[in-house]
Design a protein around this ligand. Structure first.
Ligand SMILES: NC(=O)c1ccc[n+]([C@@H]2O[C@H](COP(=O)([O-])OP(=O)(O)OC[C@H]3O[C@@H](n4cnc5c(N)ncnc54)[C@H](OP(=O)(O)O)[C@@H]3O)[C@@H](O)[C@H]2O)c1
Length: 302
């Protein structure tokens, strides 16, 4: 009932149609609901499919999004090869998220660095790898070095794309970029991010490189990730939008990890598409497979 008092007026904002008391009540109601249900939702989410035997290679698995991606994938019974530039840090990051005793037989780790050309793929047989996921990115730790977006978000992804294509040109490649990459200089407020080393521009260049590479791909452009915690999904439901339509909004890293896992599980719905992802407060849940169907395939010559 209370939720019905909120009316959607845009992609990320809501206007209450009744008074302040309802807003306050709703806020407490949601906190109470989160308190009661948070552990239940995180632990009982059912796998979309059982994908025993197939491997997904994740680059950037030590990151805050990367470790959640690994978590969602092992829950679906994928084998996950987790790449990180520091093996111990990567293992620790994954262990923070996942009961590694339960999933140890599904996890392997390897060291790589974005600056190396690398031949990371030679250890796997190409027919057992379901997808490659790239969730690397210049982080806040390197804000003073404005060349990081060029080196990591562009050159780093480009090297991963080249290496994947040389190894198996039919391997799906999932690239995470950001809202605003399609309009890095005009898509405000997202375009403000570009002040940091032209990060949206360079992410956009890596998208173009991937599209032109000929690899099957899915490009995922998340909204802001900093505000939303793992329980965001209780009252904010995932929405997938076509490219260049969203320039604000939030979504949690866990929700993006769920979208990535879903994209890998349903290549027939997700391949060769660009999606912008945010989460809407008070909206109803729409199954991702329905949402993928509404996104058009990108023509490779874009
Ligand atoms: N934050 C936001 O609001 C937001 C919004 C939209 C999109 N995004 C994008 O979403 C992605 C994930 O974000 P996040 O916040 O989860 O990132 P994060 O926690 O900062 O993780 C970044 C990952 O990139 C890796 N990396 C950085 N430099 C590297 C190098 N030279 N060699 C190898 N790996 C390197 C890091 O490895 P180490 O652990 O070794 O450093 C880490 O695994 C990024 O592409 C980000 O730009 C973020």
């Amino acid at each position: 009932m209370t939720r019905a008092c909120f009316v959607e007026i845009g992609y990320s904002s809501y206007k209450p149609c009744c008074g302040k008391k309802h807003i306050l009540f709703t806020s407490y109601f949601i906190r109470f609901q989160r308190f009661c249900c948070s552990n239940v939702q995180l632990s009982t989410r059912k796998p979309i499919i059982s994908a025993s035997g197939e491997t997904v290679v994740v680059f950037g698995g030590s990151g805050r999004l990367g470790r959640r991606v690994v978590g969602e994938l092992v829950k679906q019974n994928y084998r996950v090869a987790v790449g990180g530039r520091n093996l111990e840090r990567t293992k620790r990051a994954v262990q923070e998220r996942i009961d590694t005793t339960q999933y140890s037989n599904l996890l392997e780790y390897f060291e790589w660095n974005v600056n190396e050309q690398g031949r990371w793929f030679e250890r796997w047989s190409s027919d057992t790898v379901k997808a490659v996921v790239a969730v690397i990115g210049a982080s806040g730790k390197s804000l003073l070095d404005v060349t990081q977006p060029y080196k990591i978000d562009y050159l780093g992804n480009r090297r991963l794309i080249d290496a994947t294509r040389a190894w198996n040109p039919n391997c799906p490649f999932i690239l995470v970029t950001s809202l605003g990459t399609g309009k890095p200089f005009t898509g405000f407020p997202a375009a403000l991010l570009n002040l940091y080393g032209g990060i949206l521009y360079w992410k956009g260049q890596s998208e173009k490189y991937l599209i032109q590479s000929g690899l099957p791909f899915t490009i995922i452009r998340p909204g802001g990730l900093e505000r939303a915690k793992d329980d965001f999904g209780f009252d904010h439901k995932i929405r997938l939008y076509p490219p260049n339509t969203q320039f604000s909004g939030s979504v949690s890293r866990l929700q993006i990890a769920q979208v990535i896992a879903d994209a890998i599980a349903t290549p027939e719905l997700s391949l060769d598409k660009i999606v912008e992802v945010t989460a809407l407060f008070g909206a109803k849940e729409i199954p991702l497979h329905e949402q993928w169907k509404r996104i058009s395939v990108v023509t490779k010559r874009q």
